[in-house]
Design a protein around this ligand. Structure first.
Ligand SMILES: Nc1ncnc2c1ncn2[C@@H]1O[C@H](COP(=O)(O)OP(=O)(O)OP(=O)(O)O)[C@@H](O)[C@H]1O
Length: 270
C-alpha cells in the first residue's frame, strides 16, 4: 500500500436547505491515522462520504494529493480510496470470498474474470482480518462482527492510498477492536476513521478532528482535542482526562448526579 494526502478545504454540504456540514477543514498527512469524533448526528458519516468522493460538497473541495476529487473518474477513485461503511448490505447471497473479491473489480480489465492472483489477495486479506477458513461461508450466515471484518478485507484488497472507515469497531469484541486499531495505526496507508470510543481514539490515532453540529470544534493531537471542558461541551458528559506513566490519555466518565465532578461539568456546559 502507498499513502495519499487528503485535504478537505472548508467543505459544506446541505440536504435541501438544511446545512449538514459547514466550513469543515480536515487534513490527513500520508500514512497517518486521523480519528473523526463527534456525537450522533454531528456529521461524521457525511464527511466520510465527501472524502470518499461518494457525495460532492456544495462548497469547498476535497483534494487527494492536490487533485480535486470531483475531477477523478469513479474507477480511478476506486483504485485509490476504499471505504468501509457503517451498515454493509445484509441481503447479498455471496460467499465471504466473493464479497472480498468485489474490491478487485476496479483493477480488472473490463469483462475479465477473476484471476488467480486476485483470489490469492482475497484469501490473504481474509486471513489478515482473522477470517482464514471463512472463504466459502455465505454472507447471510455471518455474525455482525464477522461481516464487519469481511468488509474490512474487501477494502484491504483494494490496496488503497486512503482508507476510510465508519465506526469499524461497533460490532467487534474488545480483542478485535484492539487488533483492528493497531493494524490501522501501523498501516502505511492514510486512514480516516470515525470512532465513538474516545479512549481508543486517543490511544491509536495520530490526530483527532472533533465535529459538533456539522462544524469542526477542535483538531489536533489527542491531548489538544480531548480536554474535560470540550468533552463536556460537545458530548454533555463529565469526563476526567489523565495521562498514564507511558504518556497515554485515559478518560473516565462521571455518572449523572456524581457530586465529585458535578460542579465543574455544570460550569463547562453553561
Ligand atoms: N441524506 C440525508 N437526508 C437528510 N438528512 C441527512 C442525510 N444524511 C445525513 N443527514 C442528517 O445529517 C446529520 C449528520 O448525519 P451523519 O450520519 O453524518 O452523522 P454521524 O455523526 O455520522 O452520526 P452517528 O454517530 O449517529 O452515526 C444527521 O442529523 C442526519 O440525520
Amino acid at each position: 500500500m502507498t499513502a495519499a494526502r487528503v485535504h478537505a478545504d472548508r467543505v459544506g454540504w446541505r440536504v435541501g436547505a438544511v446545512p449538514i456540514l459547514a466550513e469543515v477543514a480536515l487534513t490527513a498527512a500520508p500514512g497517518t491515522t486521523v480519528g473523526l469524533l463527534g456525537p450522533n448526528g454531528s456529521g461524521k458519516s457525511s464527511l466520510l462520504r465527501l472524502l470518499a468522493g461518494l457525495t460532492r460538497p456544495d462548497s469547498g473541495e476535497v483534494l487527494l494529493d492536490d487533485v480535486v476529487l470531483g475531477t477523478l473518474r469513479p474507477r480511478a477513485l476506486a483504485r485509490r480510496i476504499a471505504m468501509v461503511a457503517q451498515q454493509a448490505a445484509t441481503d447479498v447471497d455471496m460467499s465471504a470470498l466473493e464479497v472480498v473479491l468485489l474490491g478487485r473489480i476496479p483493477f480488472r480489465p473490463r469483462l475479465a474474470g477473476v484471476s488467480a492472483p486476485d483470489v490469492e489477495l482475497a484469501r490473504n486479506a481474509l486471513a489478515e482480518a482473522g477470517l482464514a477458513g471463512f472463504e466459502r461461508r455465505r454472507w447471510s450466515s455471518l455474525s455482525g462482527g464477522e461481516r464487519q471484518r469481511v468488509d474490512l478485507a474487501r477494502a484491504l484488497v483494494q490496496e488503497p492510498d486512503l482508507l476510510l472507515l465508519d465506526e469499524p469497531t461497533n460490532h467487534l469484541d474488545i480483542k478485535h477492536q484492539l487488533e483492528l486499531l493497531h493494524f490501522l495505526a501501523s498501516s502505511p496507508t492514510t486512514v480516516v476513521v470515525t470512532l465513538h470510543d474516545l479512549d481508543l481514539a486517543a490511544q491509536y490515532c495520530d490526530r483527532l478532528v472533533l465535529l459538533h453540529s456539522g462544524r469542526v470544534v477542535a483538531a489536533g493531537s489527542p491531548a489538544e482535542v480531548l480536554t474535560p471542558d470540550r468533552i463536556a461541551q460537545v458530548y454533555e458528559v463529565r469526563a476526567d482526562v489523565d495521562t498514564t506513566p507511558d504518556g497515554r490519555l485515559r478518560i473516565s466518565y462521571g455518572r449523572p448526579g456524581d457530586e465529585a465532578t458535578a460542579g465543574r461539568w455544570e460550569k463547562a456546559v453553561s
